[in-house]
Design a protein around this ligand. Structure first.
Ligand code: SF4
Ligand code: SF4
Length: 192
């Protein structure tokens, strides 16, 4: 996840340009190791116990500023320094170039911005995601504003599933992830 290191590794530079874990775009929560629970509480991380009795902290993280972690030089939950997304893994394995990695980050941010552009004051990204989840399976015709939101969220979620989320962590069904690209535009009026 994102950091401020002056001697930046490629992985750190990618995270610094990204921040899409910490702001809740790629994942909504991260697992906390048992030994991290007390210090995480002391540092104000929003901890939550899942139905599987696991402790997680919720994103967006309030230590994120723009795409940079403001706690990089201080104690952080272990997952902050050890987690790498699918894109990072592909770059590390030589399956994806550095330039391609930065390009994927820019594209993901652009797709997220397209979603945010539809929101009203007081609405936020996680609201859009929960609205998308509620509407995506709707049988009835959607109002134009809802249809636009569904299309843009679908395009974003599919992009994240294809390039950032690891196997077992995808949000869309596999047939939707493999579907040919549909670009979201300001004139979108039909649900995907
Ligand atoms: S999505 Fe990947 S590149 Fe972006 S902050 Fe998370 S681990 Fe780093
Ligand atoms: S402390 Fe917050 S902003 Fe920093 S890497 Fe961890 S989750 Fe991200």
């Amino acid at each position: 996840m994102a950091n401020h290191d002056e001697d930046l590794s490629l992985a750190s530079r990618l995270c610094l340009a990204c921040g899409l874990c910490c702001d809740g775009t790629v994942y909504e929560q991260a697992a906390v190791r048992p030994e991290d629970i007390a210090p995480a509480n002391a540092c104000g991380f929003r901890l939550f116990k899942t139905e599987q009795d696991r402790q997680v902290f919720l994103f967006p993280c309030h230590y994120l500023e723009d795409s940079a972690c403001t706690r990089y030089d201080q104690w952080r939950p272990s997952v902050c320094g050890s987690f790498f997304c699918l894109m990072q893994k592909r770059v590390a394995d030589g399956e994806c170039t550095e330039a391609e990695g930065f390009s994927l980050i820019e594209r993901a941010k652009s797709l997220r911005s397209a979603v945010l552009a539809l929101l009203k004051p007081g609405q936020h990204f996680l609201w859009a995601r929960s609205r998308f989840d509620a509407l995506a399976g709707a049988k009835a015709d959607l109002a134009p504003a809802d249809a636009q939101l569904v299309v843009r969220m679908f395009v974003l979620e599919r992009f994240l599933d294809q390039h950032f989320r690891k196997p077992g962590k995808k949000r869309l069904p596999s047939e939707a992830i493999a579907r040919p690209a549909v670009e979201a535009t300001p004139d979108d009026t039909k649900a995907a």
